[in-house]
Design a protein around this ligand. Structure first.
Ligand SMILES: Cc1ncc(C[n+]2csc(CCOP(=O)(O)OP(=O)(O)O)c2C)c(N)n1
Ligand SMILES: [Mg+2]
Length: 620
């Protein structure tokens, strides 16, 4: 056997740069490079290997959590066909990535994490940043990646690497199993040499399959659809990752079945498609939620059926409702005791379109969908033109950003009140035009991920919409975007704290407690003093961005035009009125209210809560 003598780190990099994926005959390199921050736990190992092999590009980030977000923005924008590796030192550098790992695994997005680890040889322990334990030496902070990784391994000897690498890429490229993969790399082992088989470093192509559903189950699903009077499709992220948007549009055109979109699935159909009722669930449109309530058949495609989609299991009230779940993952396919079509979304839609022949929804059904759509367009237009303030409303900002963006541009968001408002109001015109991380809804995802989105497709303008709270958690990657020359547009909506959680607190009877950014008030000893003024324009400019303030709708229109013309990252800071919120429609979210309290507002909220709780169903 031909061998090559390399350090474990050199072998790792030589392997990663030769991994390719292929789907539908198109081949592409799977790893676009490595993000990292060096410390003593990776500089002499992985750092040296990257220095030696400049073909595998190294990108320096500002924060280890952020670099995972950037990798995930890139992976999601690439329909999971590409991602990055992320290298960190031991200790804090490593644990900073744990949150990113959870974002990956919850959202089913691939990322390879390479945290440095304590010495395998142990004689110098405890090393700087080492966690000690009284009951074992076989533990480090990297064990905290286990629950948030789809595959986890520690490379204690250089000869363990080949088998770990094959497992790692198997999981990363599996549509059903993908998520964070963690290979913990003890800092001594990273630098140890071994005679690796040369074959390990040959080009390897991983085929992304399009598995077909079981034949008998497919026949039964066809019968169920044929006999349904009020069917509804719920389109999730799987539709987009599988590149099934055109197949879904065809299926809908043929059958007339309406579609509600989840956060990850928004964009599956253009907002103009006659079957698209747009957002469904807690942050859904009235039409989608009324159709869900009455549906006798729900065809859930590529969705995790999270509580935001199912309105905490209260969305489907028809006693006869049945579910057909099309999903590559068994876990998702079986949810709600559904008829499971364990299948690629596009393949299943194509087969169903063929098999259903001339099945069509009734004229009444089609007329109702038309009416819901017309009414929703009018309601959205009302929210876009409130002429509120200044401060203007968040709905107006969304309308203006949407209007000034081109159909192929991408909006990026993750947490706060924006995701719900965008889910309802953003008019998506391209399957990759709407990028929401709403599985983990991680404040701080937005700017870092926006950079990853731009890297995946520099031909589009990227609009990162971010609340002041999320911005303050992680504005650092503005600097990284400048370093790499990728321009993003950041629209920062300042409402002096948490509109989302403040509103939620109010609805639970707690009166916004602790959710506003205010000085501590010496007379009450609470955080109810004056608002804390933060100069966001100054902050963004100090990081090197082009920064613009906008107060009115006209200001904002001009600022967005100015931002578009820039060739470097631009921040538009706009103040919005926290009290002028986009309402909810025909839905509910289960957030428990205190069962006992002396506060009357809480008692009232609890009474309403108990009433709503009765609508939650168990599907067996
Ligand atoms: C890392 C993280 N911490 C806490 C939360 C809980 N949380 C959700 S929204 C939110 C407030 C977001 O504030 P901001 O970004 O200003 O948006 P707004 O609610 O004002 O629209 C918080 C604290 C979260 N989602 N992520
Ligand atoms: Mg805010």
């Amino acid at each position: 056997m031909k061998t090559v003598r390399l350090t474990m780190s050199q072998a790792l990099i030589a392997f990663l740069k030769n991994q390719y994926v292929e789907r539908d005959g198109t081949e592409i390199g799977f790893f676009a490079g490595t993000w990292g921050i060096f410390g003593h736990g990776n500089v002499g190992g992985v750092g040296q290997a990257l220095r030696q092999d400049p073909n595998f590009k190294y990108y320096l980030s500002r924060n280890e959590q952020a670099m995972v977000h950037t990798a995930l923005g890139f992976a999601k924008m690439s329909n999971r066909l590409r991602t990055f590796a992320c290298t960190s030192s031991i200790g804090p550098g490593a644990t900073n990535m744990v949150t990113g790992a959870a974002v990956a695994t919850v959202n089913r997005l691939p990322v390879l994490l390479l945290p440095g680890d304590i010495f395998a040889r142990r004689n110098v322990a405890p090393v700087l940043q080492q966690l000690e334990s009284e009951h074992t030496q076989d533990i480090s902070v990297n064990d905290s990646f286990k629950p948030v990784s789809r595959y986890w391994d520690r490379i204690n000897r250089p000869d363990q690497l080949p088998s770990a690498l094959l497992e790692a890429v198997r999981v990363l490229t599996s549509p059903a199993d993908t998520g964070a993969v963690t290979l913990a790399l003890p800092q001594d082992v990273q630098a140890e040499a071994w005679d690796y088989p040369a074959e390990l470093f040959e080009k390897r192509v991983w085929t992304i399959p399009r598995p077909l559903a079981d034949r008998a189950l497919l026949r039964r699903a066809i019968e169920w659809i044929r006999s349904a009077k009020n069917p509804l499709i719920i389109a999730g992220g799987g539709v987009i990752y599988s590149d099934a948007a055109a197949a879904l549009a065809k299926f809908c055109e043929k059958t007339g079945i309406a579609v509600g979109e989840t956060q990850a699935g928004k964009g599956s159909l253009s907002y103009e498609h006659r079957c698209n009722l747009e957002a469904v669930g807690v942050t859904g449109t009235p039409g989608a939620n009324i159709m869900a309530r009455e549906a006798d058949l729900v065809i859930a495609i590529g969705t995790r059926l999270s509580d935001f989609t199912t309105a905490s299991k209260s969305a489907f009230q028809n006693p006869e409702v049945r579910f057909v779940n099309i999903n590559v993952s068994q876990l998702d396919a079986h949810k709600h005791a559904a008829l499971p079509l364990i299948s690629d979304a596009r393949a299943a839609l194509e087969e169903l379109t063929m098999a259903l022949g001339n099945y069509q929804v009734s004229q009444e059904y089609a007329a109702r969908v038309y009416r819901f759509r017309t009414e929703w367009q009018a309601e959205a237009n009302r929210l876009f033109h409130l002429r509120h303030g200044p401060p203007i409303s968040q709905g107006e900002v969304i309308g203006l950003v949407n209007q000034s963006s081109q159909p192929r541009d991408v909006v990026v968001c993750a947490a706060g009140s924006l995701p719900g408002d965008l889910h309802k109001l953003w008019r998506t015109r391209h399957p990759k035009g709407y990028h929401l991380e709403y599985g983990y809804s991680c404040m701080g995802y937005e700017i870092a991920a926006g950079l990853g989105v731009k890297m995946a497709d520099p031909s589009r303008e990227v609009y990162v919409m971010v609340g002041d709270g999320s911005y303050l958690i992680m504005p650092s990657e503005i600097v990284t975007s400048l370093q790499e020359g990728y321009k993003i547009n950041i629209i920062l909506l300042n409402n002096y704290g948490f509109s989302s959680i403040g509103g939620l607190s109010q609805s639970l009877g707690s009166g916004r407690f602790g959710t506003d950014y205010r000085f501590r008030n010496p007379s009450s000893n609470q955080l109810d003093g004056e608002r804390i003024p933060v100069d966001f324009v100054g902050n963004a400019a100090s990081l090197g961005a082009h920064a613009i303030r906008a107060n009115t709708c006209d200001d904002l229109k001009r600022a967005l035009e100015e931002a578009r013309r820039q060739d470097r990252t631009t921040v538009v800071a706009v103040e919005v009125d926290k009290e002028q919120r986009v309402p909810g429609y025909e839905s509910w979210w289960d957030v428990p209210v205190a069962e006992v309290s002396e506060m009357e507002t809480v008692q009232q909220a609890r009474a309403a809560y108990e009433k709503n709780l009765k609508k939650e169903r168990i599907f067996l």
